[in-house]
Design a protein around this ligand. Structure first.
Ligand code: 48F
Length: 263
């Protein structure tokens, strides 16, 4: 069969641009395609909510593929394992209450399910700012190619509009950092600013991540490690149940905010 390189090129550009154009106005825009961001995207998209995820790196998954110290296995507690079951990922009980799974199987399944549910994921795109409107409501995310920021090129960004934004950028809590710096100390923390994650304490970190997963300023929800980094809660290492539960909770919060905005 005849193969034309230009047809191949056109097919890629046109279909990508169609997806990108559709991403310009969405219900929920998520920064970061680690486990928390992808789980959030899945639970939103499967309910028909227009959801887009922007990921800085070439690959999705954040810290999940690396497991712990590059041992590509992850640990989950009972509640986390129940969420993994929803993604058809196998996990075996190691000791009572501790389950082990392949980090690659887990992140592949979560990513595939999010995409199949209808979430659009754009890799190699960094969130570099937020768009705001009245009452300092977060109304969109400001994007640039990651290659532009890595090369330190002076190139202006593009902006997408969303009803709810989710910061799932992990330990660096980047969107919240931008909000604290540019809009003022309004994150609902003791300092009003991003407090930074605490030292390792798996049990406490896993417990607090659910309390910390919430709307931190109008229109901005935090998910995953970002939630603990914002509120100064401990890190927890390679136990990943909290990331999955936080993603699921962030999706519920976003749905509630969407419901309120439409009524
Ligand atoms: O770091 P990451 O995996 O965060 P998470 O989903 O999960 C944390 C765990 O991996 C692990 C842990 C478990 O106990 O502590 O560390 O909360 O994923 C965050 C993703 O966000 C991307 C980053 O490349 C990563 O894939 N990211 C960070 N900043 C930006 C961004 C940005 N400004 N724009 C777009 N993507």
């Amino acid at each position: 069969m005849k193969m034309d390189e230009v047809v191949i090129s056109r097919a890629i550009i046109e279909s990508y641009m169609k997806d990108f154009m559709e991403a310009m106005e969405v219900d929920v825009a998520i920064a970061g395609a680690g486990p928390a961001g992808l789980v959030t995207a899945y639970y939103l998209a499967k309910d028909g909510i227009r959801t887009v995820v922007f990921e800085r790196q070439l690959r999705v998954g954040g810290g999940m593929p690396g497991g712990a110290m590059m041992f590509n296995h992850i640990v989950l507690q009972e509640e986390g394992k129940r969420i993994l079951d929803e993604f058809d990922v196998s996990a075996r009980e190691y000791e009572k209450g501790y389950y082990v799974a392949s980090s690659l199987e887990a992140i592949s399944a979560i990513c595939l399910k999010a995409i199949k549910a209808g979430a659009k994921i754009f890799n190699l795109v960094s969130v570099e700012d937020v768009m705001i409107r009245e009452d300092d409501r977060i109304a969109g995310l400001v994007l640039n190619w990651s290659a532009v920021s890595w090369s330190k090129l002076h190139v202006d960004p593009l902006t997408v509009r969303c009803k709810v934004a989710v910061d799932a950028t992990g330990h660096s809590a980047e969107v919240c950092g931008i909000v604290a710096r540019k809009i003022g100390p309004k994150l609902g923390t003791k300092t009003g600013d991003v407090m930074g994650e605490g030292a390792m304490w798996a049990e406490k970190g896993e417990r607090q991540i659910l309390e910390n997963t919430r709307e931190v300023c109008p229109g901005l929800v935090v998910a995953g490690m970002t939630a603990n980094a914002v509120f100064g809660s401990p890190r927890m290492g390679a136990i990943f149940g909290g990331m999955l539960m936080s993603g699921k909770k962030a999706a519920q919060i976003a749905k509630e905010l969407l419901r309120q905005s439409s009524s």
